[in-house]
Design a protein around this ligand. Sequence first.
Ligand code: TYC
Length: 109
Amino acid sequence: MGERRKNGTDPGRETGVAVRTRPKTKKPSLYRVLLLNDDFTPMEFVVEVLVRIFSKPPEEAARIMLHVHQNGVGVCGVYTFEVAETKVAQVMDAARRAQHPLQCTMEKE
Ligand code: TYC
């Protein structure tokens, strides 16, 4: 007798059109935004960046800055791709304007 198949799964007639009433949702990939240490950017500037661009409370900003200072690299936040990209660009722009060599990058979590 005929085998029962889910809607839209007849192998010869597959159209690729979603037919589920409640489509499976896909969680967006997340990206870590990283600050890199250097010998020249003032500590105060890094703290200001973390407060202004990453919305960190001043105490947490100071803690992250010191972690980067001591370990060479640190996470300032985890965001979806476009948000992470925007934060990196904002940091690099602020550093360039202030003529500090501060570097910021992102990596997939
Ligand atoms: N190492 C810098 C100094 O001693 C401070 C610093 C911290 C720079 C974190 C960059 O991402 C950084 N002035």
